[in-house]
Design a protein around this ligand. Structure first.
Ligand SMILES: Cc1cc2nc3c(=O)[nH]c(=O)nc-3n(C[C@H](O)[C@H](O)[C@H](O)COP(=O)(O)OP(=O)(O)OC[C@H]3O[C@@H](n4cnc5c(N)ncnc54)[C@H](O)[C@@H]3O)c2cc1C
Length: 287
């Protein structure tokens, strides 16, 4: 049984979303289409990875007042030294860093913030007028509280981008590749505009916030899987490289299942081949 129903089909909202006043419109990143689909008024976007960053930019460019509750997430430039960043990640092998290697350095990180057409950074958003907040920590009677960590989140993303750029530089130098020199990326060289003092608490009504958009990730709906010992206590896959602990059960398409490439379209051929090989071996053994 190859389970290919995805682990990105259920939006994951923090439990305290249920405490928001009923008149506040709440949607998930997957339901966002454009600013005109939202109630009029200011918008709070929660989460500053790819969905949150891109939605915040779309909204601010449509003239909305936007507050962004940031998280600790990396960032990638869209283009670097003449090529799309994904091309460098594939050529240099950075996309093939294994899940095991990543886990040696800590929990598997979320996908970094990047723009669809150009680099998006917390600082470029703030320069356009997005109000940067720290991590959303709670809701109480129409007031939302935030950590004082927006500046740290800007720094973390800067460090992540600088690390990837230096790894690509090293790859280019090692292989004598004729690539143009790095050019300053407008979204990366601009300074962050941070509220001073940091905003630790917001009254939704007083700030005119009528909509909250949850860009806080997704999980899988595996409720239909009734095979013992293949899901954890949260109902998510228990697996090693996509292989469930029960022989003959496979999970396809999971992010970081084998390497950083996993969970992207680039991984499908390679990972499917591993499952097919194992299925063939099992069939050969049975026959
Ligand atoms: C916002 C976002 C941006 C992304 N951007 C990129 C990108 O730029 N490049 C890239 O390579 N990858 C990107 N990805 C990842 C890419 O979308 C996934 O790697 C790919 O879709 C995984 O394919 P899949 O077939 O495993 O899962 P899915 O495409 O999610 O397909 C799962 C299918 O299973 C069906 N299903 C669910 N439950 C059941 C059931 N009980 N019975 C029958 N069918 C069921 C669903 O309806 C769905 O059709 C992105 C993902 C997201 C969420």
């Amino acid at each position: 049984m190859v389970i290919a129903s995805s682990n990105q089909n259920c939006p994951a909202r923090p439990p305290f979303s249920a405490l928001l006043p009923p008149k506040v419109q709440q949607i998930d990143a997957s339901a966002y289409r454009n600013a005109s689909g939202l109630d009029s008024g200011a918008v709070l976007v929660v989460g500053s990875a790819q969905s949150g960053g891109q939605i915040a930019e779309d909204l601010v460019q449509a003239g909305r007042t936007v507050f962004l509750a940031t998280g600790r997430v990396g960032r990638l430039p869209r283009m670097y030294r003449g090529r799309h960043i994904s091309v460098w990640l594939v050529l240099s092998g950075l996309i093939d860093v294994t899940r095991r290697e990543i886990l040696q350095q800590g929990p598997v990180p979320g996908r970094p913030l990047t723009g669809a057409l150009h680099t998006i950074s917390l600082q470029s958003l703030s320069a356009q007028g997005v109000v940067l907040l720290g991590r959303l920590t709670g809701v109480d009677d129409g007031r939302l509280s935030f950590s004082d960590d927006a500046e740290e989140h800007v720094r973390h993303a800067d460090e992540g981008s600088a690390k990837v750029r230096s790894q690509i530089d090293a790859y280019i130098a090692r292989n004598g590749i004729d690539a143009p020199p790095a050019e300053p990326d407008p979204a990366e060289v601009i300074g962050a505009v941070l509220p001073n003092p940091p905003i630790r608490s917001i009254d939704l009504a007083a700030r005119g916030i009528t909509t909250v958009i949850w860009c806080t990730g997704f999980r899988g709906d595996f409720g239909w899987v009734r095979v013992p010992a293949v899901l954890d206590a949260q109902g998510q896959p228990l697996h090693d490289n996509g292989f469930a602990s029960v022989p003959g059960v496979y999970f396809a398409g999971l992010p970081f299942a084998i390497s950083r490439r996993s969970g992207t379209i680039l991984a499908i051929a390679e990972e499917a081949a591993l499952f097919v090989e194992d299925i063939q071996r099992r069939l050969d053994t049975c026959l």
